[in-house]
Design a protein around this ligand. Sequence first.
Ligand code: PLP
Length: 368
Amino acid sequence: MAESASGFGDGTRCVHGGHGDSRPGAPLAPGPVFAAPYHLGDPGADFYGRAGNPSWRALETAIGELDGGECVLLPSGMAAISTVLRALLRPGDGLLVPSDGYYATRQFVHEELAGLDLRVREVPTPGPWTDELFDGVRLVLLETPSNPGLDVCDIAELATRAHRAGALLAVDNTTATPLGQRPLELGADLSLASDTKALTGHSDVLLGHVSTADAELAARLRRARTLSGSIPGPFETWLAHRSLGTLDLRLARQAENAAALVEALRGHPAVRGLRWPGSPQDPAHEAARAQMRRWGGVFRFELADAAAVEEFVRRSSLVVAATSFGGLHSTVDRRAQWGDPVPPGFVRFSAGCEDRADLVSDVLAALG
Ligand SMILES: *Cc1c(COP(=O)(O)O)cnc(C)c1O
């Protein structure tokens, strides 16, 4: 497993990231700074809360180190996606987006950006990625592993092809988290995510971010944040930073639980279409292994129909229905109810941090 430039491992960096002030008397874990205006004086110092906040900078330092770039925090994953699209796209530009990725991204492009007359091409994550797709493209947005299908595409290869076409490449890195995958190291210009999911992992905060190794791009995104007023609250930021400390531990448990559940469900008569990139039998495993650093806890499968999923949730003592993932609690989401182009019995399962044996026996009992 690759180490950071600083030489520290994932767990160390999650615990220490952004906790810079070690002067005697400084808090070991600083609390949120709620200031709207600040005392004026030094140029470069904070002056107004929409433009800068010490709690943002602390978390941005931590996430930026993990991503390998400068991090710009935003109030949700959609705020991260919409800020990038609005900042980078001009009328008539070509845009590539995943046809099987997070549905609100496509909805945003078609509804909120309709006035830009973009030439939008939707591509399934596993391709085919034909050459014509890249003609006249300004921005390529990938999502790998995709949500909810958990398919994978080759970030490095597609970054090269996007750059050859004069386009920028962004990756929605939500399902992987910066511990699972570092798109910037693979050649992406931007790595963005909904930190509402595994990065914060406690189902109690919405947050997002964009990271880039290009200082000019980062400055542009910060300016867009200041001028749009789409800013994260200091309390949410602090809560997220507090949660980041255990990301390494949570991901390890979630991946261990996912592996055990996938193993238990493989060949189960009620289960079809089981997919988890961490499984050596998965069609996306080789591609995922080539660019990912570790696995997460999200897998998917199909039951017979919507009623079978409802029955499964009703009979389970531990698994709840909820439309998010990456949290402490194991959750299932029947994606067809939100309009994803998947069968009615399609389930995205997010393995939580419960005990493996409890989870496996509960899930098998609930399936009957
Ligand atoms: C949840 C999600 C988003 C949107 O994030 P919010 O924090 O809900 O705005 C974007 N992309 C992916 C892959 C997601 O799973």
